[in-house]
Design a binder for this molecule. Structure first.
Ligand code: GLC
Length: 723
């Protein structure tokens, strides 16, 4: 134990130790800008006598506010133990980056790191020392609103992005005044609620949890994340927040996580609603026994203060352990040396810094946008083309998405503002609002369309329609937007449709009615500039889909890395069987757009693939040499992807598993050789005894530019005698 911590701890009363385990919103200290991100109980369950012993505050930021609260608090706290300020700085603080689903669409971990780094720097100046990010939950169901906060359906992409985010938030250890501690959330498997309904039951086998869900949390913890947050849901039949096997055996022992474990908002009290705790006292003891160090807004740990003498010795010991972990985190974050570490009103308001951050956000936003259709070279637009711009997302700053902290949509450029700076003639009429059915001034719109070369229609959902507590039974655009698009298409001009969204949507009709389609997962502060730059071809669209887009909602959950089943369609068809195969009678199995899919303006293709060795030892590396060629007159980028499939395993194995990817740029009319180097250890799989290791045997190795158009080659892994 650190000397400072040891000295403090030895002086603390039990009341002061319990105080460190309590987290409240800023309202308990001021009537200021404290974000409320969960249900509030009717009664104020914190006694005045406890206020100046609580350990941390969430939802407050801003140099002035934080400084004032800290000053006031330290005047009253007997041992001068500073408060720790935590907040949900997920994809930006003032400069907002694309939502994490958009960051994942870049298929470029450097973009994730930049987003987290800028968010850390801006929020640290605003007094934040811990962020509740990255969310590393695997999500395969777009009905669940928090899909926007995830990096999608693939374990490997999630793991790469999780580590990149922790690196950006924390920087090099020890965490300095320009960085913040990262919190891996939500442990665990919160992204798999039945029917996509928020806070609903999660019931997956431990085998599947370990094989598909655990790796992204592990990647963030291996990247030295300092905190983990518990999830609201059950797992293996027990609510995660009170699940000792999950939190002690798996998180603390197996993943060797020794940092601070914080509950999600009120999650400890919710053990009562789940039916695994009798009352608040019992819930507190269960959570402590599971190793939960901080009680966020349930006041369950505060309840223990009502009967100090009645606290069992075992629980007193758990309280000691949690209090020490919290004090060690505060020490590591420099709070004992300087309770105001990082806070800087000057830096928080520095316009030069803000401009630099916006330029970085522009690059990230540009890389997040995905071109999924471009018939007849409709895009890019020529700057001299006459454009009619319309739709509810065309003239709004609502491009920031959920969890966009101090981001201000009124201070965010709209697509209209930006596009008219890049194209000579842009006529504009909104046409319809997000949920309006009949367009205003249709006749005027028809007249405007007569005089233009192309229609750009910006559709989508509002930021409030994704994020926490926004599950949808049918993830689709409102009917009015589809009807408006249909009416526009009937006017006979080329249609470019932009969809601004926080979640995959059923875009089948949009695709049918459009000549070109761009998907933008809430692109952030610089989103409009990024979109207009891509529309006119100043920037190449290089995003790829981190989630499958269903052909219809009935297919959900639909994801690329599925198991084969015993009656796959392909086998059936080969044998002339059309009935008894794994299919629907009213829908295709295939999605509208597959995982990893995206187009560019340049013509880049794979022209040759060579596997260096077809027999590789278990400690070896699979190597492929890939030739790419850009046969167009403009430079461009693509995302080269490598998937594997274990042909025979003790358990079933996904038909494809992403194991490697890289964004590759090529100059006009050029070729490039790329080496794919894949350690055999990346082929590890979980077996029925829950042990993870690589099996000997044959593997299909696939290379392509998305998950559905792949070239195949077989390799064999053999436990050759180690040389
Ligand atoms: C919310 C979210 C969690 C967030 C916390 C604090 O309910 O589930 O992700 O960090 O409360 O705002």
């Amino acid at each position: 134990m650190n000397k400072i911590v040891e000295n403090l701890f030895s002086q603390m009363t039990i009341e002061e130790k319990i105080g460190q385990l309590i987290q409240v919103t800023g309202d308990f200290f001021q009537n200021g800008d404290s974000k409320i991100t969960g249900p509030l109980s009717q009664e104020n369950r914190l006694k005045d006598s406890v206020r100046y012993t609580v350990g941390s505050v969430l939802g407050v930021s801003g140099a002035n506010d934080v400084e004032n609260i800290q000053k006031d608090y330290l005047k009253h706290n007997r041992l001068k133990i500073p408060l720790l300020f935590m907040a949900d700085v997920v994809h930006g603080y003032k400069t907002i980056f694309p939502i994490p689903l958009g960051l994942a669409s870049t298929f470029n971990p450097d973009m994730m790191t930049i987003s987290s780094e800028v968010a850390a720097s801006e929020s640290a100046a605003g007094g934040v020392r811990v962020t509740f990010a990255p969310m590393t939950d695997l999500v395969r169901d777009p009905r669940w609103g928090r899909v926007m906060e995830s990096t999608g359906e693939d374990p490997y992409l999630n793991s790469v992005m999780a580590a990149a985010s922790v690196k950006g938030f924390q920087g090099k250890l020890p965490i300095d005044e320009n960085h913040v501690a990262a919190t891996v959330k939500h442990f665990a498997a919160y992204g798999a609620p039945e029917a996509g309904r928020e806070y609903n039951t999660v019931d997956i086998s431990e085998w599947r949890f370990r094989d598909q869900y655990l790796s992204s949390y592990k990647a963030a913890i291996d990247a030295q994340a300092k905190l983990v947050m518990t999830s609201f849901n059950t797992l293996f039949g027990i609510p995660a927040t009170g699940n000792k096997y999950l939190m002690k055996d798996i998180l603390r022992n197996e993943l060797t996580f020794d940092g601070v474990l914080i509950s999600d908002w009120n999650a400890i009290e919710e053990l009562i609603h789940h039916g695994t705790a009798e009352d608040l006292n019992n819930a507190a003891e269960i959570a402590l026994d599971a190793g939960v160090d901080i009680d966020m807004m349930a006041f369950a740990y505060a309840k223990l203060l009502d009967n100090i003498n009645g606290i069992p010795d075992k629980v007193l010991k758990l309280i000691d352990e949690s209090a020490i972990r919290i004090l060690e985190l505060k020490e590591e974050l420099g709070l004992f040396e300087n309770p105001y570490v990082g806070i800087s009103q000057q830096k928080e308001n520095d316009e030069t810094v803000a401009q630099k951050n916006k330029q970085q956000a522009l690059q990230v936003s540009e890389e997040s946008i995905v071109l999924v259709k471009n018939n007849n070279g409709t895009l890019p637009l020529s700057p001299h083309q006459r454009v009619f711009l319309t739709g509810p997302a065309a003239n709004t700053g609502d491009l920031l998405g959920s969890w966009s902290w101090k981001g201000d949509i009124d201070d965010t450029d709209s697509l209209f503002t930006q596009l008219k700076q890049k194209v000579d003639t842009v006529d504009f009429s909104e046409g319809i609002t997000y949920h309006q059915d009949v367009p205003q001034d249709w006749n005027n719109i028809v007249d405007q369309v007569n005089d233009v070369d192309v229609i750009v229609v910006a559709l989508g959902l509002q930021s409030s329609e994704s994020g926490e507590a926004t599950s949808m039974t049918n993830p689709a655009l409102p009917d009015g937007q589809i009807a408006y698009l249909r009416a526009l298409q009937a006017l006979g001009k080329p249609i470019v449709t932009i969809v601004v969204t926080g979640r995959p949507l059923v875009l089948t009709t949009v695709d049918e009615l459009s000549d070109a389609v761009l998907i933008s997962f809430f692109p952030g502060t610089m989103g409009a500039e990024a979109l207009s730059s891509i529309l006119v071809g100043a920037t190449e669209p290089t995003g790829r889909l981190p989630m499958t887009f269903p052909e219809n909602a009935g297919q959900i959950p639909i994801y690329y890395n599925a198991y084969n089943t015993g009656r796959p369609v392909e086998v059936g068809m080969d044998n002339g069987e059309e009935k008894y195969i794994s299919k629907y009678i009213d829908s295709p199995n295939e999605p509208l757009y597959p995982f990893g899919f995206g187009l560019g303006y340049a013509n880049i293709d794979i022209v040759h693939i060579a596997v260096t060795n077809h027999v590789i030892s278990s400690s070896g590396t699979i190597e492929l040499v890939v030739q790419l060629a850009n046969t167009s007159d403009r430079s461009g980028s693509t995302v080269l992807q490598c998937y594997t499939h274990q042909i025979v395993g003790e358990t079933v194995r996904p038909l494809k598993e992403l194991k490697w990817f890289k964004k590759v740029s090529l100059l006009a009319n050029s070729k490039k050789e790329v080496i794919i180097s894949l350690p055999v250890n990346n082929l590890v799989s979980v077996h029925s005894d829950l042990r993870s290791y690589v099996d000997e045997g044959y593997y299909d190795v696939m290379v392509g530019l998305n998950s559905s158009e792949l070239s195949h080659d077989d390799i064999q892994i053999k436990y050759l005698e180690e040389k």
